[in-house]
Design a protein around this ligand. Structure first.
Ligand code: HEM
Length: 146
């Protein structure tokens, strides 16, 4: 995740998670950092393609989650703050956009591994739609995009 004021909110939200869930996620993060999972995966095309698929699962969750927020909140209120206190129009898209950016970088290490192009076609079209939507919701609420 990029270090921006928006990702700092994400770190703060972690303290509201159940303790055992937090421990699990911290253990995954620490191990991934200590073994250098990303640079290891990028050394080989097939590993990079598997890493891309793992990121694609995160993208899939975050995209669906953004759609929930759009349908159930943004289309029904102009109020710019979500129940957790985050800036509603820019915060979730910031996280989704970070995953899309990671995927673009990782895809350049996947060579011609089957399926990469299909995954990236979705990434490119969702990024375009997301940027238009965020610009529209920011305009309507007179807030500045991140
Ligand atoms: C109608 C369904 C949902 C809506 C409208 C919704 C909306 C939101 C909003 C607006 C936030 C921003 C935080 C804030 O309140 O300030 C948020 C954060 C979050 N929500 Fe949901 N949510 C929904 C369902 C879910 C589900 C089903 C899950 C998990 C299975 C989930 C997991 C999370 C997580 C993990 C965050 C922190 C952001 C992140 O890590 O990317 N949400 N949600």
């Amino acid at each position: 995740m990029p270090a921006t004021p928006l990702t700092e909110i994400l770190t703060d939200f972690r303290s509201y998670r159940p303790g055992n869930h937090r421990d699990f996620l911290e253990a995954v993060r620490d191990f991934a950092q200590s073994c250098g999972i990303k640079s290891f995966a990028l050394e080989d095309e097939m590993s990079a393609a598997l890493y891309l698929r793992a990121l694609d699962q995160v993208r899939d969750f975050r995209w669906r989650h953004w759609c929930f927020t759009r349908e159930y909140i943004l289309k029904r209120t102009m109020y710019p703050v979500a129940t957790g206190g985050s800036p509603i129009v820019t915060w979730l898209p910031n996280q989704l956009e970070a995953v899309l950016t990671q995927m673009a970088e990782v895809s350049s290490h996947c060579g011609a591994v089957f399926g990469t192009r299909d995954i990236m076609d979705v990434v490119h079209s969702q990024r375009e739609v997301l940027r238009k939507e965020v610009a529209k919701y920011c305009r309507e609420r007179e807030v500045t995009a991140a």
